[in-house]
Design a protein around this ligand. Structure first.
Ligand SMILES: Nc1ncnc2c1ncn2[C@@H]1O[C@H](COP(=O)(O)OP(=O)(O)OP(=O)(O)O)[C@@H](O)[C@H]1O
Ligand SMILES: [Mg+2]
Length: 361
């Protein structure tokens, strides 16, 4: 898929922007604070219907203005238009001029994999960040997974609420736990397959970016026993819940379950989070994101849009060149960069300055 046009009205520092975009690599160059990340934030907004960096939608409305509008045209096998209008009264999202009733209707329409400067911390961060990545990707593709997850989280909430009661009703806990386990099995199965598929592909990408012979390995870490057989899985889960019940009551929360799942990244057999350098963390995280692009492409037959915010200048020249070469094979890539240090033909350069963006070549 290719975004051909982005129009912004009162979005962050942009009062009125009308930007034509091309396929291939698009680089936004500009000094700090000129509005490069704001551009990619606007693009990403249309994939999930919210900003990945604002806690409140209203933050994206230009100071002193009443509303913001994002208008984005993109092409797959046909032309599509997505539009969002954000005001103090809330937000409205339109697909081809038809108003969406739920944000989830946006799922799977504009596919995008985003790499932000914070992603260098992906493996060092808390497991919650890694679960978020898994869940976001799986939910955007599989409605059933999203549904299982919602049901599971509701039950977990009820279980935890009961665990905090003065008089814990053990019979009630048992009933809730019994209902949780089938959802957990579904979630576990999908996550496990996902991690295995990513693991089988990641080194194809990593070897193009890094010249070392070391290999990446991604490992699923479930807090439940990783039994593939549904009966064995359920039995094992049941006994874990039984054994930890008194402990759970003391803590007032559930210590086992898919809400505790995680994944590990190894480089040359060593944990990236604890042993790898900052640069290696960045390369591992980048490789994971680009593998996700391949994975989404395989599942949907669509080429997701890649966004890399502020990544290049942190890499040495060799890794930078490798990455740019690797990116040449994707349909559309957006890169933001404060320094003008990408030297490559057939790249589209845009200069970002004073709330304006203009094409340089
Ligand atoms: N709601 C808003 N209204 C007006 N301006 C805003 C709003 N929110 C943020 N800005 C401005 O946007 C600018 C930051 O833009 P952005 O984060 O895109 O910069 P950047 O080019 O990515 O910078 P860096 O290179 O440092 O990452 C700041 O000058 C900030 O004041
Ligand atoms: Mg930025």
């Amino acid at each position: 898929m290719i975004i051909s046009n982005l129009k912004l009205v009162n979005f962050r520092n942009y009062e009125n922007l009308d930007l034509h975009l091309s396929s291939g690599i698009n680089v936004f160059i500009g000094e700090n604070g000129t509005g490069k990340t704001n551009l990619v934030e606007a693009i990403n907004f249309m994939t999930i219907g919210k900003s990945y960096r604002a806690n409140d939608d209203k933050e994206i409305i230009k100071f002193k203005e009443e509303f913001a509008r994002i208008h984005l045209e993109f092409e797959t096998s046909r032309k599509e238009v997505l539009e969002a209008v954000i005001s103090n009264q809330g937000k409205q999202i339109f697909r081809n001029d038809i108003k969406l009733t739920k944000l989830s209707e946006l799922s799977g329409i504009l596919l995008n994999v985003l790499f932000t400067p914070d992603d260098v911390l992906l493996f060092k961060d808390s497991p919650m960040e890694r679960r978020k990545l898994i869940d976001m990707n799986l939910s955007s593709l599989y409605r059933l997974y999203m549904n299982d997850l919602v049901q599971y989280k509701n039950l977990l909430k009820q279980r935890n609420a009961m665990l905090k009661e003065k008089e814990v009703n053990r019979g009630y806990i048992e009933v809730i736990t019994e209902q949780m386990i089938p959802f957990e099995y579904q979630i576990f199965k999908v996550r496990k397959k996902f991690i295995e598929e990513i693991d089988s592909k990641i080194n194809e990408i990593f070897k193009n970016i890094d010249d070392s012979p070391s290999k990446l390995k991604i490992i699923y870490k479930s807090s439940l026993d990783e039994e593939d057989d549904p009966t064995d899985f359920k039995e094992a889960a049941r006994s874990k819940y039984e054994m930890s019940l008194e402990d759970d009551i003391r803590r007032g929360s559930t210590s086992y379950g898919v809400h505790k799942d995680d994944f590990l990244m190894l480089l040359g057999g060593k944990n990236v989070a604890t042993y790898a350098s900052q640069g290696q963390n960045r390369l591992a995280s980048l490789s994971l994101k680009l593998t996700l692009v391949k994975w989404i492409k395989e599942k949907t037959n669509q080429d997701p849009i890649i966004i890399l915010d502020d990544v290049l200048s942190e890499l040495d020249e060799n890794h930078q060149n490798n990455l740019i070469n690797e990116l040449s094979s994707y349909s559309q890539v957006f890169i933001t960069c404060a320094k003008d240090d990408i030297k490559k033909e057939d790249v589209n350069y845009y200069v970002v300055e004073e709330n304006k963006v203009y094409r340089r070549n």
